[in-house]
Design a protein around this ligand. Structure first.
Ligand code: XIL
Length: 386
């Protein structure tokens, strides 16, 4: 095949995720079976229909597809991850079983955002993030940290009226405290998230206005100091294909690295519309990889207009598959992470009115055509060794 991937693929973590030994695999398999059984029993026990925002969702017990699981079929060194939502974890009986069985990496969907971690100055609320990291350990999953510096989810107590020096110090403390807390347990961090405006200039945020453009480099240096082994990423949306914004991101990363800033990777969020998929994803990932960084698809979901039709779900499946393919074709691509795996908990209907059904599993935790398409792609590559 043209553009065949170069092997061997790099293991994304320096030491994480640890390869499972045979004994570890047995334990992991037993855990998955136990979780699935428990989840099934709990589902029978509750027997209630759920709603996306709060209540538990009853669902039939999950049984892995005869074709295998995503993590089972993933090539060595490639992470297939999902964002984790504690509501799903704590409320949906089927959620933990699917999470453990299908994915070998996780990202906290919201639990590690600043607003949630430090509700008041110096008072940290680690429980949500810790729950996810502890579970990931038990499941043999790598953890991708999300996110240190963002214009959203800054706690209300951080005041835009503070002088620059105070803001800078508060940001430094935040980055340092969070990275240090998860040191050795998070293989990579989104150090800065969505720092570009649509036209490719640096986004007009509190941080840019008060601290100037140097805040980006500062954040990377603080993060490196707090955990020298964690890979440090810039994360962005609208840059999956060859857009003007992607050009600007490429230039930003090139310049940062030329200045000696420790940028190790570029994350492409991948919040996609099945009707308007990005073009040239593989070539785009490659040109970033050529800078010497890792790349990753960090927040993949593919929304369709509601009500979802069979045709919509088929298109969605093709988009999911194309993105996975692009990543697998680029040796520096460390992971594909979906932004939640069940339509029961997806953020999409709340943010993109009229759209939804964006995930690999439906609201009842049944696998959709997109899941089958990913399994098929992974299995095909196993057969051909590609
Ligand atoms: C979203 C979460 O999925 C929602 O639950 C939350 O209400 C808002 O944030 N880009 C990002 C993610 O980097 O953190 C966002 O996650 C989705 C867009």
């Amino acid at each position: 095949m043209a553009g065949a991937p170069t092997r061997p693929r790099p293991v994304p973590a320096v030491t994480r995720p640890r390869p499972l030994t045979a004994a570890g695999l047995l334990v992991a398999a037993a855990l998955v079976v136990a979780t699935v059984l428990l989840a099934g029993m709990a589902a029978v026990g509750t027997g209630r229909a759920g709603d996306p925002d709060g209540a538990a969702r009853a669902a039939p017990a999950y049984t892995p597809s005869a074709a295998g699981t995503l993590r089972g079929l993933a090539p060595p060194g490639t992470l297939i991850g999902t964002a984790v939502d504690p509501r799903g974890l704590n409320l949906d009986p089927a959620y933990p079983g699917v999470l453990a069985a299908e994915f070998n990496a996780v990202t906290a969907e919201n639990a590690m955002k600043w607003r949630n971690l430090e509700p008041s100055p110096g008072v940290y609320a680690w429980a949500g993030g810790d729950q996810i990291v502890d579970l990931a350990d038990r499941n043999g999953q790598a953890v991708y940290g999300h996110t240190l510096v963002w214009h959203n989810d800054v706690p209300d107590w951080v005041s835009p009226d503070w002088p620059a020096q105070r803001l800078r110090e508060v940001l430094r403390r935040h980055v340092t405290a969070v990275v240090a807390h998860y040191r050795g347990r998070v293989w990579a961090w989104d150090v800065v998230n969505e720092v570009l405006a649509e036209d490719g200039s640096l986004r007009d945020t509190l941080w840019l206005r008060k601290l100037g453009p140097g805040y980006v480099a500062d954040a990377f240096r603080w993060a490196r100091q707090a955990d020298p082994d964690a890979r440090l990423f810039v994360n962005e949306y609208g840059t999956e294909g060859r857009t003007a914004k992607a050009d600007a991101l490429l230039e930003l990363v090139r310049r940062l690295r030329a200045d000696g800033v420790p940028v190790d990777g570029v994350g492409f969020q991948g919040h996609l519309d099945a009707e308007r998929p990005p073009e040239g994803v593989r070539g785009n990932l490659r040109r970033f990889a050529a800078l010497g960084v890792r790349v990753a698809v960090t927040e993949l979901d593919v929304r369709v207009r509601l009500p979802a039709t069979g045709e919509g779900l088929r298109r969605q499946a093709a988009v999911y598959r194309d993105v996975l393919r692009a990543c697998l074709d680029v040796a520096a691509c460390a992971s594909v992470t979906v932004w939640g795996f069940t339509d029961a908990r997806s953020w999409i209907p709340g943010y993109h009115v009229g759209f939804g059904a964006a995930c690999l599993f439906d609201a009842d935790f049944r696998p959709k055509p997109a899941h089958a398409a990913l399994l098929d792609e992974l299995a095909a590559r196993r057969r051909t060794g590609g």
